[in-house]
Design a protein around this ligand. Structure first.
Ligand code: HEC
Ligand code: HEC
Length: 172
């Protein structure tokens, strides 16, 4: 809590205060974003997609991702050395805390993890391809709390414009 207040006061970064507050409220929940998420992580790693929670990948995957940012899933996400090192250390500290996260998934993708495929097995193939989803990595299309690191079953959203017949996994 001390770290949190100091971050909020010194950086005046509303987004950090907000996400940190959420982290505290939900402390202990296995899928929450750690409360000490650095402002640089939210600035640098959440501009093209959501800020993925570090607990969802093992340390080896984050290590590889951070050392190959110049060719990052078909794009260049290279960082300056200082923020890169800061983010890398934070990711290592919180890596692999989610349930069933141990070995590195193919291409170090959360979305290729065995637990991910199992958890989403009832989601129809057509849903992933729909215009309002496009990619499994677009967590926020279906998880209303994704930006805050919340992925519980009770915080789901049914993607806009999707046919009601696909609603099954959202209701159970
Ligand atoms: C310039 C845009 C950009 C930036 C900046 C960026 N990424 Fe990405 N990232 C991508 C793209 C594009 C993908 C692939 C998304 C897809 O398949 O739909 C991706 C995918 C990922 C994935 C795999 C998602 C999955 O499929 O499970 C992880 C993990 C990831 N990024 C982490 C990071 C981290 C950590 C940073 C900050 C150091 C970062 N990204 C910064 C563009 C970016
Ligand atoms: C196309 C929509 C969709 C996308 C995109 C999606 N999910 Fe999900 N997710 C779901 C649904 C629906 C469930 C509930 C499935 C069920 O209960 O059968 C779920 C369940 C989960 C659960 C289990 C929750 C619990 O309480 O047990 C986790 C964790 C999760 N998703 C994480 C992610 C992450 C991380 C991403 C992005 C990398 C993601 N999901 C992308 C639809 C999606």
């Amino acid at each position: 809590m001390k770290i949190l207040l100091r971050d909020c006061l010194s950086r005046v970064a509303t987004i950090v205060c907000l996400s940190a507050a959420v982290g505290v409220v939900h402390a202990g929940e296995r899928t929450a974003m750690p409360a000490d998420v650095p402002a640089t992580y939210l600035q640098e790693c959440a501009s093209c997609h959501i800020a993925y929670p570090p607990g969802a990948l093992p340390a080896a995957s984050w290590q590889r991702i951070m050392s190959t940012l110049d060719s990052h899933y078909g794009t260049d996400a290279e960082l300056d050395a200082a923020p890169g090192a800061r983010i890398g250390a934070w990711l290592q500290r919180h890596a692999g805390t989610w349930k069933h996260v141990s070995e590195a998934p193919p291409h170090d993708r959360i979305t290729r993890s065995r637990w991910f495929e199992r958890r989403h097995r009832k989601v129809d193939a057509a849903v992933w391809r729909h215009d309002s989803v496009k990619s499994a990595a677009n967590c926020a299309a279906c998880h209303a709390g994704a930006e805050r690191g919340r992925f519980d079953d009770d915080d789901l959203r049914f993607p806009a414009g999707l046919d009601a017949r696909y609603r099954g996994p959202w209701n159970d």
